[in-house]
Design a protein around this ligand. Structure first.
Ligand code: SF4
Length: 89
């Protein structure tokens, strides 16, 4: 995943992320083209769901996580709040 310095139990799944083969900057794009590029890498990743939930749970604002951009994650969180859905984790 983006940050290989924090591989404790909560982030052990990061070792299986496709992004380990790419520079971290690829997941912090500055435009839509970069977001699409990162999303494509996430699309074939084995830990997409875990990654997305990690980012949502930790309220990570920046970067593409689990195939979702910052804006998409904000939308997901808003929707979950609106539905009063209790987090599944
Ligand atoms: S879903 Fe994307 S950001 Fe998350 S671990 Fe996989 S490749 Fe990395």
């Amino acid at each position: 995943m983006h940050d290989h310095t924090s591989e404790d139990a909560a982030t052990i799944w990061m070792a299986d992320g496709n992004c380990r083969n790419y520079p971290p900057a690829a997941f912090f794009p500055s435009d839509g083209v970069g977001v699409d590029r990162a999303r494509k890498i996430c699309a074939t990743c084995a830990v997409t769901a875990t990654c997305l939930e990690y980012a949502l749970h930790n309220r990570i604002e920046h970067g593409v996580w689990g195939g979702c951009s910052e804006r998409e994650r904000r939308r997901i969180l808003k929707r979950r709040r609106g539905l009063s859905v209790v987090s599944a984790d």
